[in-house]
Design a protein around this ligand. Structure first.
Ligand code: KG4
Ligand code: ZN
Length: 356
């Protein structure tokens, strides 16, 4: 059973063909980095226009690489939300049009559930339920309890910025490129994580909620208390001559004190995330943990999770499946297909769709 998955919730146009929910026959991702990079973040109107440009060739390449025609598909799935409505509409409308023309079932998939399936498609046989699932990306920081059959209960979520958003904002503030996560992750390895002390976010109410805006403000204060104009200007200059500098190039324009700041920021983000997972693991009888979403690429987070006080196996997706892709959408759709859960053609793109 082959499913064509389409993902267009933010700034990546992606299509993939996945067989039986686990075997990736193709996974094509057209990134809009070059369009948004110079603005330091995603510009929604430009994103929808780029999706329109990319959707036909990306789907064609996914089918060609998989050696698969529309005739062999069991269904077409697309992300229905959460995300940018103008962007979601491109992928969803394309998927619906294919389904309408070819008489195929259409399946709308929640993007957050897609991220969870990026892990489940590789590790399903080893995933034991109930599980804890931490979805941590540019748009989301959510902790779920996940029961057999992929039923979710929300345990906590961010009250302000998502963790990836904090990375992107701090990177922009310091003059680095967008998205900020991969750059800061590389640089953090060269600094001292205990050089700058950031106080942990104090949560009134639900202790499993997250908050990153205080940390972002603390980084801003730190930069304001120092003379950093020269180094920030040097980084912006580097970006003008090369939109994608390598880690060694960034290192040349990053003094030791800034490396220490970055390492300490990363340490604080990881603490904030893992403390919640550890607390949930202590009080709940879970048997495994899933950490997924763009921030799950983070090398520091992966390493820290190995040493964390989590008494069960922790599963991360392969790095290529951590950030937005369409294989995870097709994988999530497979379970729905087996249960006969199809979506109506009237399904709407939803900016703020929740999972539980
Ligand atoms: O899952 P994703 O591709 O899109 C959303 O659903 O938001 O995640 C993108 C986010 C960006 O904020 C990016 O900075 C962050 O993931 N990210 C990272 C790393 N790689 C990507 N954050 C920290 N460390 C990384 N290595
Ligand atoms: Zn995502």
């Amino acid at each position: 059973m082959k499913i064509l998955g389409i993902e267009s919730s933010c700034d990546e146009t992606a299509a993939a063909v996945v067989e039986h929910g686990t075997k990736i026959l193709s996974s094509v991702i057209a990134s809009q980095f070059d369009v948004h990079g110079k603005y330091g973040g995603v510009v929604p109107e430009l994103a929808s226009r780029e999706h329109l440009r990319a959707i036909v060739p990306v789907v064609r390449e996914a089918l060609d690489t998989a050696g698969c025609g529309y005739r062999e598909l069991a269904a077409v799935a697309a992300t229905e939300g959460p995300g940018l409505v103008g962007s979601l509409l491109v992928g969803m409308t394309y998927a619906k049009a294919v389904c309408f023309a070819r008489g195929l079932p259409f399946i709308g998939v929640n993007h957050i559930e897609g991220h969870i399936h990026a892990v489940a498609m590789e590790a399903e046989s080893r995933l034991e339920f109930p599980a804890l699932a931490l979805v941590v990306s540019g748009g989301h920081t959510h902790l779920f309890e996940m029961r057999e059959g992929f039923e979710y209960r929300l345990l906590g979520k961010t009250r302000d910025d998502a963790a990836g958003e904090a990375y992107d904002k701090v990177a922009k503030l310091l003059g680095y490129s967008y998205p900020g996560g991969p750059v800061l992750d590389e640089l953090a390895a060269h600094g001292n994580p205990s050089a700058v002390r950031f106080s942990p976010a104090k949560m009134k109410g639900n202790p499993l909620d997250f908050s990153f805006s205080g940390l972002k403000t603390a980084v801003l204060r730190w930069t304001q208390s120092r003379e950093m104009a020269g180094e920030i200007a040097a980084r912006r200059e580097l970006l003008r001559s090369n939109p994608r500098p390598s880690a060694p190039e960034w290192l040349k324009v990053t003094p030791a004190a800034t490396l220490d700041l970055i390492a300490s920021f990363q340490h604080a983000v990881i603490e904030e995330l893992l403390r919640r997972v550890e607390a949930a693991a202590e009080t709940m009888s879970a048997h495994s943990v899933v950490i997924t979403g763009g921030v799950a690429c983070n090398k520091g987070l992966r390493e820290a999770a190995r040493g964390a006080r989590i008494p069960y196996p922790v599963f991360f997706p392969a790095p290529a499946l951590s950030t937005d892709n369409a294989a995870m959408i097709a994988a999530a759709a497979f379970g729905k297909l087996r249960r006969g859960e199809f979506s109506p053609m009237s399904l709407k793109a939803q900016a703020a769709l929740t999972l539980a």
